[in-house]
Design a protein around this ligand. Sequence first.
Ligand SMILES: [Mn+2]
Length: 327
Amino acid sequence: MDDNLEKLAKSVKTFTPQMLEPPYSGIPTFFGAPHQPEIKDMDIALVGVPFDLGVTNRSGARLGPREIRNQSRLVGVYNHYSRMSPFADYRVADVGDVPFHTTYNLDEALKDIESFYRKMSSANVLAITAGGDHSITFPILKGLSSKEKVGLIHFDSHCDTSAPFHGSGLQHGCPMRNAVEAGLVDPKRTVQLGIRGAAELLWQFSYDSGMRVIHIEEFYELGMKKVVSEIKSRVGDGPVYISFDIDCLDPAFAPGTGTPVVGGMSSFEALQVLRGLSGLNVIGGDLVEVAPPYDPSGITALAGATLMFEIFCLAASSQAPGTSGPN
Ligand SMILES: [Mn+2]
């Protein structure tokens, strides 16, 4: 054990025996965190939102949280790149899944999500989420909202800023537009990256509102380092939320999703961009759209769990232990 690991092992604030057990054994929680459904005595909550009533194409993301929990046991508790563990300085818990009063009514179910996140926000608990389809991000942002608008770093193949269509303005093609119109997100402090595909004509709102849209072609032309520095200068020092739709990755890396679009970034490129964002004031994040029915080998859920862990680490690093706590 090197010095850094030994220091961590002696000082961790959150520890469960499960963390040391084989990843296939026991009852899986996110990264082996303790399961604690009551929102108290914790700094960071890991949350599942098993919900996919907002999809425009293939359903299945409601099964995402359970499979991400399963694969997350392979991801572990330590970040080799940033040489830290978010369990070291914080009381972390898997709080389970958002409880729904109804799973048959999109509008009503999104209110259940909002109220659950409001509870965490009121308790000063930072939330990191596994979805679920992307419709969940709007109620999450509503539940977490304070007076200050947040910036948004949005990894996706789609901008998700559509006007209502097919009878709903709350489905998973609309959350980022809704968040801006509701005054929750500052479009000038928003970057959408990995964007591509046939639905481009639906996303005029992104340009009209002043969001920075980085199509996948520009992503490769600029290179990861320039993309990272542009995100950082756009977002600045203010609070920022990270929303990662797994369909940002190429289907070769993430086939298990409802609306795959070929020609996306690799898992490694996405990880490197996230790692480059350290130092930002990350107030929460989600990893959405993992759909296990189209993921026979589990690689999409594993990629999702790994990216969720990176967002979790970024958010933990943004906080100052022993001061005012998360948020
Ligand atoms: Mn999306």
